[in-house]
Design a protein around this ligand. Sequence first.
Ligand code: DSN
Length: 428
Amino acid sequence: MANKVFELITEEAKRQSEGLEMIPSENYVSENVLKALGSILTNKYSEGFPGRRYYGGNEVIDKIENYAADLAKKLFKVPVVLVQSYSGSPANFALTMAVCKPGETVMGLSLSSGGHLTHGANLSFSSIFYNAVNYNVGTDWKIDFDELERLAKKHKPKLIWAGTTAYPFKLDYKRYADIADRVGATLVADISHVAGLIVGGVHSSPVDYVDIITTTTHKTLRGPRGAMIMVTEKGLKKDAEIKSKIEKAIIPGLQGGPHNNQTASIAVALEEASSDKFKQYAAQVVKNAQILAAELGSVSETHLILLPLVSYGYGMGYQAQYALEVAGITVNKNTIPAEPVSPFYPSGIRLGTPALTSRGMKEKEMIQIAKWIKQALEEIRGYDIPAEKEKRLEFLKEYKEKIHSNNNLLSIQKEIKEFTKRYPVPGI
Ligand code: DSN
């Protein structure tokens, strides 16, 4: 560990173990997942698919890719799995290319309602190359299926996304299917956030209702960064050619050689997710989120909490994220439904329990963590974001200078450093 990069990795390892990682899309992978990811498999080019590669020397790589896909087929109960997408956004791009021609209509949950960029948000490929229509959550923060149905009937989308990134409730895939089937749309579940909860049996599976499933592998599933695209029996019945359309969209459509080290690492994570121990982990993630949410005066049915901060002031998401970071708690600022300020200075934070649970933390620890969060949030009162946009950058610069040395936050940080010593981080 002599050079600059390894020094920085050591510095980041310290940050990851001395603080509380509460970004709900993050997790800690096992040593074996890390080992496969850092293996010599990165040396090999393998454009194409098992048995159909462009370059020679892929006999072992074929076995690895088939093994990963077979594990996922068994775990998610689907007949087709493709594991080459580099990450979630390229997987969603490839899938959209496979299902839609440019200009056709895609429908997804709006970003401010907790959707994803690739499901039809402004500035994303999904609205640049396709006609994007967004549905929203209602005043109860739950998906407004009446609006979704109305929009689907009006716009006749080719593809409907059922997926979220900042949504604390379980998804009703049957309700989606009823609407998609009625308008003849291909229904795709993006389960990136809840994949681990699905295989752990604490979130319903979309497999009987949707045509296609996409997922990242690094969130609740606890694998390396990567993604998978899966076709269900229903999807195969709808389009027998869908597998080859998706393959063509991945390569030559979008990507070059697959990251074989990543594929092997995904296989290791899928092996781990097949165990009873993983089921216990997934159940604990949800229990932890529910108790944490209750302590913070919120609700969660999954691994994630969306906490509005309007009672603390105007546009407090950034200030909360920074104050919590000083205290040793990593979360992300997030818009809330019907966001009153802006995506850059939003009115909430998003937090979750997958990474804490990977360290062995349970209900008791969540109660303590909720106390620290509430104490830290007291420090942001009075620091409302200026209504005048041009004053915001300067305001935040001054805010950070003050909060950086706030004694109450620094004393929480000290307590958290002591506390986290009892919960080792896998792989560190
Ligand atoms: N960045 C991911 C998340 O945090 O949910 C979505 O792509």
